[in-house]
Design a protein around this ligand. Structure first.
Ligand code: M6R
Length: 599
C-alpha cells in the first residue's frame, strides 16, 4: 500500500506537497516522511504517525525537488526509522509495494549499512551501488534486480533529477506548467493539473533538467505514453457537519441508491449502461463467478443468491486473494462471466486475478467505484455511483454494489425471459426506506451504548442474510476492535454454538422470509444457552420475536431480495456508534488502509 508523491519543477511550498500527500492518506497512515532539496542540500523529515505531524516539522520554505510518503507498514514496525524516504548520500527514495527479494539484495550488497528494517531501503542502496556518474544508468541496472510489486520515486540532490518507476503498483505523472508532479493516484493531483500520464509496468519516467523520457525496462526500449486529459471531477470530500466521514457516508445511502439506478431503469425495465448491455447481449453466460475482497466479497456473496435464484445461473463467489493462486489451466472459461467487484478499483489481489483472466480471454465485467482507477481503465466497467468514500470502513459503496448486482442479474434474467414481478418497482422506492432507518438512528445509538462493553459478538443469518451477517461482523471488527464471528445460522449447530453464553451476544438477522421458522428455532437455541439476542426484525417477524429476544431493531418489510440493502444499515450504525462511544478513530482505524495495493 502506501502513498507516494514526487515533484520537480518551479519552486513550490514544501507544505503544498504535504497537502497532496494528505490526499493519499487513505493508502496508509502509520508513518510519514519527506525529503526535499534546499539549495541542493537534502533535507529529511520523518515521523511515526499521521501526516499532520509532518506539517510541524517543515517551515514555509520552497523547493524545486521533493518526494513524500505515507506508509502502511509491511516490513518493520511503524516508527520514524522505518518511515520513508530512505536516504543514501544525495539519493532519497519513497516506495509503494513489496520488494520480495530484499534479503538476497542485502546479501549482494554485503557490507552496506542498512538503517531500517524495511524491504524498501534496498532500492536506494542498489541505485547508489551502481551510481557512477549517470543516475539513469544506475536506475536501469537496479530495477533488473528487483522482484515483486513496486512503484518508487527517487530524487538526487546532486544531479537535481527525479525518477519514477512502476511495476504493478500504480503511479501517475501530472504535467504542470514548468514541472511534473508524480503520485499514486489521479485524484490527489487534479488540483495541480488535468494532463496525466499513467505509467505502465516496466516504465521508468526520468526527469532531468526540465525534460522527460520514458524507458520501459521490460521491453528494453524508449516508449511514448498518451497524455490523458481528465474530465471527471472529484466528489466533495467534506464532513458536512457530520462527526465522521463514515457517519456522513452511511447517511448518504438513500442518495447513492438513487444515483446508482439513475438511467439504468426505464419504464420498469432494466436497461443498464449501453456498453455493458451490448456486451451482455452478445455473450453466452451460464455461470457467474464473483471475485473480490473484504466488503466487496460480501457483496459478491449476495450476488451469488441473485444469480442462482433470479437469473437462473450457476454461481459462486471467491476471495481474490485465494483465487489468485488457483491453477486455472483447467478452469472452464466457456459461458462463464467473471465479475470483479472493488470500491477502489486498485486492490492488488482483485486486479491481479482480473488481469490473469483477461490474459486467458475470459469474459470479464468489473464493478469499481472509483472512476479512473486501474480496474475502471483496464476492464469493461459497470461502475457503482457512490461518490468518494473516505471512511476506511466501506458503507455506501457496499449498498451501491448490491444495487448494481441486482440490476445486473435482473437484466440477465430478462435476457433469459425469466419473469420477476414487482421487484423492479420496489428497487425504485427502496431509497425511501433507507432514509427512514437513518431517521431512527437514536435507537441504534442507545443499543450500541448498552452493548459496547461486550468483548465478543456473534452475527447470524440465513440465505441473503448470511453475507449481511459477515458484513456486520466485519464492520464491528474493523472499527470497534471487538471480536465478532459470523456464520450462516444453520451452521451454528456444527460448532459455533459452543461459544454461546451470556457474554457473547448474537445479532440475529431476522427479517421475514422463507426461513422464518428455521430462524426462530435458531434463536430459541441461543436463548436456551443463556445467549442474549438482538434481532433485526420487520413488522412480520417483530410479533414473533418480541417475547423471545432481548432487543429488537426494526426495518421495513420488503421483498427478500431487497432485504440486504436495508439490513446492513443498522449494522453499520451499530459498529459506528460503538467505535465512537469507545473514542476510536472511526475513519482511520488502526492497521487498515482504504486501498489494499499489496498482497
Ligand atoms: O477497494 P476494494 O473494494 O477492492 O477493497 C476490498 C477490501 O479491502 C475492503 O472492502 C475492506 O475490507 C474494507 N475495509 C471494508 O470495510
Amino acid at each position: 500500500m502506501c502513498g507516494i508523491v514526487g515533484y520537480k519543477g518551479k519552486p513550490v511550498r514544501v507544505k503544498d506537497i504535504l497537502d497532496t500527500l494528505k490526499m493519499l492518506e487513505y493508502r496508509g497512515y502509520d508513518s510519514a516522511g519527506l525529503a526535499y532539496s534546499r539549495d541542493g542540500i537534502l533535507e529529511l523529515r520523518k515521523v511515526e504517525g499521521k501526516i499532520e505531524k509532518l506539517y510541524g516539522l517543515v517551515d514555509d520554505s520552497f523547493t524545486d525537488l521533493v518526494i513524500a510518503h505515507t506508509r502502511w507498514a509491511t516490513h518493520g514496525i511503524p516508527n520514524d526509522i522505518n518511515a520513508h524516504p530512505h536516504v543514501v548520500g544525495t539519493l532519497a527514495v519513497v516506495h509503494n509495494g513489496i520488494i520480495e527479494n530484499y534479503r538476497e539484495i542485502k546479501n549482494y550488497l554485503n557490507g552496506y549499512q542498512f538503517k531500517s528494517e524495511t524491504d524498501s531501503e534496498v532500492i536506494v542502496h542498489l541505485v547508489n551501488y551502481f551510481y557512477k556518474d549517470n543516475l539513469f544508468d544506475s536506475i536501469l541496472a537496479s530495477v533488473k534486480f528487483l522482484k515483486g510489486a513496486f512503484a518508487f520515486v527517487l530524487m538526487d540532490t546532486k544531479s537535481g533529477d527525479l525518477v519514477a518507476v512502476k511495476m504493478e503498483s500504480p503511479i501517475v505523472i501530472g504535467l504542470i506548467d514548468g514541472g511534473y508532479i508524480v503520485s499514486s493516484d489521479i485524484p490527489s493531483i487534479i488540483k495541480w493539473t488535468r494532463r496525466i500520464i499513467t505509467l505502465e509496468n516496466g516504465d521508468i519516467f526520468y526527469i532531468s533538467s526540465g525534460d522527460f523520457k520514458i524507458f520501459n525496462f521490460i521491453e528494453n526500449r524508449f516508449v511514448r505514453r498518451n497524455i490523458e486529459i481528465i474530465s471527471w471531477d472529484l466528489g466533495i470530500a467534506e464532513k458536512s457537519g457530520y462527526k465522521h466521514f463514515m457517519l456522513k457516508e452511511i447517511n448518504e445511502q438513500g442518495k447513492v441508491i438513487r444515483d446508482t439506478i439513475a438511467g439504468r431503469i426505464e419504464k420498469n425495465e432494466i436497461i443498464l449502461d449501453e456498453e455493458v448491455r451490448n456486451y451482455l447481449d452478445s455473450t453466452d453466460i451460464r455461470n457467474i463467478v464473483y471475485i473480490a475482497c473484504g466488503t466487496s466479497y460480501h457483496a459478491g456473496l449476495v450476488g451469488v443468491y441473485y444469480s442462482l435464484e433470479l437469473a437462473g445461473l450457476n454461481s459462486h463467489a471467491v476471495h481474490a486473494s485465494e483465487y489468485r493462486y488457483i491453477d486455472k489451466s483447467r478452469v472452464s472459461l466457456d459461458d462463464t462471466l467473471f465479475v470483479f467487484i472493488s470500491q477502489s478499483g486498485e486492490t492488488a489481489d482483485t486486479l491481479s486475478v482480473a488481469r490473469e483472466l483477461k490474459g486467458m480471454k475470459a469474459k470479464i465485467l468489473a464493478i469499481p467505484n472509483v472512476i479512473g482507477s486501474s480496474m475502471y481503465r483496464e476492464f469493461l466497467s459497470f461502475p457503482t455511483r457512490a461518490g468518494v468514500e473516505i471512511g476506511v470502513a466501506a458503507t455506501k459503496t457496499f449498498t451501491a454494489q448490491l444495487i448494481n448486482l441486482l440490476l445486473l442479474n435482473l437484466y440477465l434474467a430478462k435476457k433469459k425471459n425469466i419473469q420477476i414481478d414487482g421487484l423492479v418497482h420496489e428497487i425504485l422506492t427502496i431509497h425511501e426506506f433507507v432514509d427512514s432507518i437513518l431517521e431512527s438512528y437514536d435507537q441504534i445509538l442507545e443499543l450500541a451504548q448498552e452493548y459496547s462493553d461486550y468483548q465478543h459478538f456473534m452475527y447470524l443469518g440465513r440465505h441473503l442474510m448470511y453475507p449481511i451477517a459477515l458484513e456486520g461482523a466485519l464492520k464491528l471488527k474493523e472499527i470497534s476492535y471487538i471480536h465478532a464471528e459470523a456464520y450462516p445460522a444453520g451452521e451454528m449447530k456444527h460448532g459455533p454454538i459452543a461459544l454461546i453464553d451470556n457474554k457473547m451476544p448474537t445479532f440475529y438477522l431476522y427479517p421475514y422470509n422463507r426461513l422464518v421458522n428455521k430462524n426462530l428455532s435458531n434463536i430459541q437455541e441461543i436463548k436456551a444457552r443463556k445467549g442474549k439476542v438482538i434481532a433485526l426484525v420487520d413488522k412480520k417477524t417483530k410479533e414473533i420475536a418480541k417475547d423471545i429476544v432481548d432487543r429488537m431493531i426494526e426495518i421495513r418489510y420488503v421483498n427478500e431480495y431487497l432485504q440486504p440493502i436495508l439490513a446492513v444499515i443498522p449494522l453499520q450504525l451499530f459498529a459506528y456508534y460503538i467505535a465512537d462511544w469507545k473514542g476510536f478513530n472511526v475513519d482511520q482505524p488502526r492497521n487498515l488502509a482504504k486501498s489494499v495495493t499489496v498482497e
